[in-house]
Design a protein around this ligand. Structure first.
Ligand code: TTP
Ligand code: MG
Ligand code: MG
Length: 439
């Protein structure tokens, strides 16, 4: 790098290594969606090239609908707007409250309370039965809004999800803008109110969405987190339920500040092995990933070349080996994939991805290879720059045999399956270089 001073070169190198580490940390050898990957690299180095620790640089949004079932009932029947609405079981049959509109909550009504008790507190309340099918339908529409902004969606329940948006920042602006847009779109398109919380981790994001309900929009900045956490009751920490709260109370530990200042020995008596975890949460640290169901897991293989490569046939040869590796790992794990992704890194570290999605999932090497080959050839035709790295990955994984077959007619598929089985067996016996197909 002759154009860079020595120091700049070092910074450059460190930054690259850090990014690389981050990608590795983000799930060992996983392929993220193109959206996540490019932005993730850009999002972690802030300021003077000084990388933020992973735990503080993530942006996570938690969305939770206000009085969900009750709000849907009010939406479907405008006469109920502004009224005390309870969705739940019949009071005569010892039913309980599933959801209560905020109008009913003023009277002290809340979820899980016997409906009969709720009616004593709020005699004017209108009690309606649960219409699960309808809530599921609305939930799908809410998810459709999320999906416009990120593939990393972890649904917690019908009315609630975590969204990993670190990778979306380049495309859609700040997490605040994304959160605000999601909230606005849910309001405009579905006429429902969502409370939104934004922070660097799941624990804080969920806490944030609840801090100013209903109609909340709260961002917890890293520098403010301790101040926000400290005065809160210990019960706000995940995993601290009523029983634990009582045990803590008897030790005069009521707030999160008191908890984090309590000697570890005392906490260990209450939390046992969980002590360190609880203390981390009390300090606003939570490294848990947003576990998206769609992208679920992925399998990939990649190679960095000693010298940059432009030659099509050499690249195809490398790719074929990767496809075979990945396909074999798919089969070993009894999985099938819906999507293939090529990762191409140019000599200047620019990285692009090329993805293709099958109509139905597959674990057949020939099918994966067909798509991978075509994708590489198409890329090569248009923009064949020298590559320093080539990778192949599959995602959209599901258990083998659960999807429909569309790629090969049945006899051809059976033939391919037998071929793959023989291939796996020979490789298993003689090592991975024992066998390679023709390109
Ligand atoms: P929550 O999000 O906990 O509650 P909510 O949406 O009614 O109210 P808010 O978030 O504004 O505090 O739960 C979502 C839905 O799940 C709720 O509308 C009904 C259902 N539910 C039950 O059926 N039983 C319960 O005990 C709880 C807590 C919720
Ligand atoms: Mg809710
Ligand atoms: Mg909820």
């Amino acid at each position: 790098m002759p154009a860079l001073s020595e120091k700049a070169a070092l910074v450059h190198q460190r930054r690259f290594m850090y990014n690389w580490q981050l990608l590795k940390d983000s799930g060992n050898d996983t392929f993220r969606s193109p959206l996540c990957q490019t932005s993730r690299r850009g999002a972690v180095t802030i300021g003077q090239g000084k990388p933020l620790p992973m735990s503080e640089s993530r942006r996570i949004i938690h969305v939770d609908m206000d009085a969900f079932y009750a709000s849907v009932e009010q939406l479907d029947n405008p006469d109920l707007a502004g009224k005390a609405v309870i969705v739940g079981g019949d009071p005569k049959r010892r039913g309980v409250v599933s959801a209560a509109s905020y109008e009913a909550r003023k009277f002290g009504v809340h979820s899980a309370m016997p409906t009969s008790q709720a009616l004593r507190l709020c005699p004017e309340a209108i009690v309606l039965p649960v219409r699960m099918k309808r809530y599921v339908e609305v939930s799908r529409h809410i998810h459709a809004v999320f999906e416009k902004f990120t593939p990393q969606i972890e649904p917690i329940s019908l009315d609630e999800a975590f969204l990993g948006v670190t990778g979306s920042l380049r495309l859609f602006g700040s997490a605040e803008e994304i959160g605000r847009t999601i909230k606005d779109q849910i309001k405009e398109q579905l006429h429902l109110v969502a409370s939104v919380g934004i922070a660097s981790n799941k624990f804080l994001a969920k806490l944030a969405s609840d801090l100013d309900k209903p109609d909340g929009f709260v961002i917890i900045a890293e520098e403010d987190k301790q101040q926000i956490l400290d005065p809160l009751p210990v019960g706000r920490i995940w995993g601290i339920g009523k029983v634990t709260e009582k045990a803590l109370k008897s030790e005069r530990i009521d707030t999160i500040e008191q908890l984090r200042k309590t000697p570890t020995e005392v906490l260990r008596r209450i939390f046992g092995e969980q002590t360190a975890h609880v203390l981390r949460l009390a300090r606003g640290i939570d490294d848990r990933k947003v576990e998206s169901w769609r992208e679920a897991r992925s399998i990939s293989s990649e190679q960095t070349f000693a010298t940059d490569i432009t030659d099509k046939d050499i690249l195809l040869g490398v790719l074929l080996g990767q496809v075979e590796d990945v396909a074999q790992r798919l089969r070993m794990n009894n999985l099938e994939a819906k999507t293939i992704t090529l990762k191409l890194r140019y000599d200047d570290f620019r990285t692009v991805t090329r993805s293709r999605t099958f109509a139905g999932p597959t674990d057949v090497t020939a099918a994966l290879w067909q798509q991978a080959r075509e994708a590489l050839l198409k890329w090569h035709k248009r923009s064949a720059g020298p590559l320093r790295l080539l990778g192949f990955g599959v995602s959209g994984l599901q258990k083998a045999g659960s999807g429909q077959r569309q790629l090969f007619a049945e006899p051809e598929r059976e033939k391919q399956k037998r071929l793959d089985k023989a291939f796996d067996q020979i490789r298993g016996k003689f090592g991975r270089d024992a066998l390679r197909r023709g390109k």
